[in-house]
Structures are given as C-alpha cells and as structure tokens.
Design a protein around this ligand. Structure first.
Ligand code: ADP
Ligand code: ASP
Ligand code: MG
Length: 440
C-alpha cells in the first residue's frame, strides 16, 4: 500500500484538488491519502484563535466571515452538479457554525486546538465529496480514531498501528482511504496536533504503522533542494538522500519536511519520496537507506536559536560537571541542539526559550552564564562529510568574514553545523551556495 500526502498548496485551489483526485485515482493499488488544510487556513485559524483569546470577538468574527466566504467560493468551483454544490454548502455552513460556537464559548487552550483541527477536517470532507461526485471508490477514515500522542507529545506508534489494523481491514475493498494530516488525540483524549507542518509526520507515522511500500509527500516544489529556495535564488533538487541526511535537513530547517517526518519511516525502513504536484513528471527526491557518494548534498538553516555559555573554573579537570548542566535542561524538558566545550566553558544551543529564565537561574549556580539570542544553526549535510579530509577548509574558505559563534563536527558522519547570528544567515547560505555547490 502507498501513503500519499498532499500539502496545503496541493489542495489550496479547486483545480488543484481536482488534479490530485485524478492523480490519486490513476495511481494503481489501494492507497491512503493524507490531506493538509487548504493553504492559508491554519494560519487564518491561528489568527482567529489569537483574537478570541484577546477577547477581540468583533475582529475574530470578521476573519471567520472572510474564511467562510473563501470556502463558499471554493465549493462552487470544486463541484460540478447542483446536488454536490448543496452538499458542499452544508458542509461549509456546519463547520462555520461550529467555529462560531467555539468562539462564543469559554475559549481555552483545548478549544484553541479544536479550532486548529477544523482545517484538515473540512479539507478532507470536501475532497471526499469530490470523489463521491466522480463515483470513485473512496472512504473517509477519521485521524482522530487512531492518531495519538502521549503525555510528552510523542506519537504512540504501536498504538496507532494496533488501532489502524481493524480499521483498514474494514476498508479492504476501498481504493482510496482519505484521512486528515496534522490532527491527533492527546493523553487526555482531547483533540491536539502534531505541530505546524505536521501532516508530513502523519503520513510517515501511518506509512510506518502499516508497513507501506512507500510514503509520498506531494508538495509545491520538485523535491528536496540543495539550499533554502526561500532565501537563495539558484537551488537544485537532490535526487537521492539517505534517511540520516534527510533527517538532519528536516530537523535543521528544510521546511519541505516536518522536523520529525523521517524518524518513523527510517525505523521501519519505508522509503519517502518527495514529489511536485505542479510538475508530476519531475523525478523528485527519494529518501531511503541507500547511500550515494556526493560529498556536499544540501544545507539548511534553523532560526530562533539561543546560545548559552557557562563559564566555570569548576569545570577544569572535573567529572560530573556536564551531567549536572544537562540535568538542568532535562528538568525543564528543553532539548539541546549543538554543544561545544573547552576546559573552562561549555556553549550549547536551544530552540525553545519557554523556560530560559529559570534555566539560566539554575545554571548560574555553576558559574558565569552568557546568552546570545537570535542565532541560526546552518547545517551542511553530505556523505561522510564529517570525516573527509579538507572539508572544513572548503566550508570556512567560502564563509569569508562571517563571524561564527559555534561549530559542531564529528557528532555524526553526515553533518557539520555552524552557528551564526541570524543577521548573517542569508549571507551564509548564499556564500555556501556559491562556494561549495558552485551555484551563483
Ligand atoms: P506543504 O504545504 O506542501 O506542506 P511546505 O510549504 O510546508 O509545503 O513545504 C514546501 C516548501 O518548503 C517549498 O515551497 C520551499 O519554499 C520550502 N523549502 C525550504 N527549504 C527547502 C529545501 N531545502 N528544499 C525544498 N523546499 C524547501
Ligand atoms: N495545516 C497544518 C499547518 O499548516 C499542517 C500541515 O499543513 O502540514 O501547519
Ligand atoms: Mg508542510
């Protein structure tokens, strides 16, 4: 079985939704289709949620009305017959009655997450009705029946697999099984989500859970590019990546994939193919355990990083110091990304500042603590890049006068990371593009 995921832009216009219906129908065999919300919807729902939280209900209503109008226009173009236009109108009206009910009620964090879930719930229902209009053998499988996260917000892959088994058995004769990306239930059984961009993760979790032949992520670009196309003008697609390489790129900011997408696929060795809905013929990128020997594959950048330096003479020749430092981060459930040490200081980075003040207070008991905010990790990925002769020369050679705050080499074979002030991110990505990829 294949799992095919279509992102926001792939379903964001009626003609695109029709196009993916054809694409899915023409793909042989039984398949699971994971859909995102229409592009712009989750952003709009976030904005509406924020306005309701601020008790600015008039402004929230304006945004709700605008979004509702967009959906009413959408269904007029999506469906051909009057009968299905009416069905579409009923779906849209029902959703917006519910959104207004949420807005009018006691709006807490739980209602906020329920509001965010409406985007995927409505896109899948509209798509399902489009397939019904075409008399295609399809069914809706609600993600909230099987997708769950535990108290640490980690997906429960085994439980997901167990729940999916009987559900899929009951759909044995169905060609196309449609489900929602992004949404799930949490350990309190409330509606929750897999964080922004989470539909990729849904597809990968499902692919791993059912032992799919392949997970296909269909988006608006022809695969993983060698650099961030939002920042650098000339970028090129990479045809093959290993799970490890793709995982590093996704984690360190390549927006084409949710940061955790590769983890379940790699665990169950299910290849992930990245494809372009706007250009189906383009080869895209295949991610598997097959190694290819190109030294430099791609760079990616992750913003919003804070660097923390702890300087202490107690570190000198002492053991147990780093353990105590790490325990502080563990206590506040704050993951560390990069780390570098000297005899008297340790620098590390975090991407979550929720507990920064308390962490700094605790760390101050060990020594002098310095903070640098607005940092960016630039991650350079390639085949055995970490232990190739002369690689650092090449990288630093093209960075010129860009000040580098930290470097991490040797953590893994396929990744070298550098930390720069975010002001230098664009320059860093451009100079690496010219210097190591020879793309001007
Ligand atoms: P979707 O809505 O289909 O999930 P996203 O917007 O989340 O799509 O991801 C696709 C976008 O990721 C591309 O349009 C591109 O701008 C951005 N992107 C960032 N880095 C990369 C990269 N290295 N390769 C390809 N796309 C990238
Ligand atoms: N709709 C969600 C978002 O915009 C999930 C996704 O598109 O992957 O973040
Ligand atoms: Mg995405």
């Amino acid at each position: 079985m294949l799992v095919l995921k279509f992102g926001g832009t792939s379903v964001g216009k009626p003609e695109r939704m029709k196009k993916i219906a054809t694409l899915v129908t023409e793909t042989p065999g039984q398949k699971v289709v994971v859909l995102s919300a229409l592009s712009g919807t989750t952003n709009a729902l976030v904005a509406i949620g924020d306005l309701i939280l601020k008790n600015d209900l008039d402004a929230a209503e304006k945004e709700i009305a605008l979004l509702e109008k967009h959906y009413h226009a959408f269904i007029q173009e999506l469906y051909a017959s009057e009968n299905f236009k009416t069905i579409g109108q009923e779906i849209v009206s029902r959703f917006f009655i519910f959104i207004r009910l949420l807005a009018a009620g006691q709006f807490d964090d739980k209602s906020y997450r329920e509001l965010l879930a409406q985007g995927e719930l409505i896109s899948t229902e509209l798509f399902y009705q489009h397939l019904m209009e075409q008399k295609i053998n399809a069914r809706l499988l609600p993600a909230l029946y099987f997708m769950s996260i535990d108290e640490n917000e980690e997906p429960e892959l085994e439980k997901i697999a167990q729940r999916l088994k009987p559900l899929l058995k009951s759909f044995q004769n169905v060609d196309i099984i449609i489900t929602q990306g992004y949404i799930c239930r949490n350990h309190r059984n409330e509606i929750d989500n897999l964080k922004r961009g989470g539909s990729d993760y849904t597809a990968s979790l499902m692919g791993a859970a059912i032992g799919a032949e392949e997970i296909q992520i269909w988006t608006d670009i022809d695969g993983m590019h060698n650099n961030d196309p939002r920042v650098v003008k000339k970028t090129i697609p990479i045809s093959e990546l290993t799970f490890d390489e793709a995982s590093e790129l996704a984690y360190f900011g390549a927006k084409i994939l949710h940061p955790s997408t590769i983890v379940p696929a790699q665990k169950y060795n299910v290849p992930v193919r990245l494809k372009n809905t706007m250009d189906e013929k383009a080869p895209g990128t295949i991610i598997s355990n097959k190694e290819t020997e190109r030294v430099f594959k791609a760079v990616a950048a992750k913003d919003g990083i804070t660097a923390i330096k702890i300087k202490s003479s107690r570190m000198l020749m002492a053991y147990g110091f780093l353990r105590r430092v790490f325990e502080v981060f563990e206590q506040f459930k704050t993951p560390i990304d990069m780390i570098s040490t000297s005899e008297v200081a340790v620098s590390l980075t975090i991407d979550n500042n929720a507990h920064l003040d308390t962490i700094v207070k605790e760390l101050t008991t060990f020594g002098n603590v310095e903070i640098d905010r607005n940092q960016t990790i630039v991650c350079i990925v390639g085949h055995r890049i970490g232990n190739q002769h002369g690689i650092l020369d090449k990288i630093f050679g093209c960075l010129g006068d860009i000040p580098i705050r930290m470097v991490s080499v040797g953590g893994s074979y396929n990744n070298i990371s550098i930390l720069v002030d975010t002001r230098y991110k664009e320059k860093t990505l451009i100079q690496l593009n010219e210097g190591i990829f020879k793309l001007g």
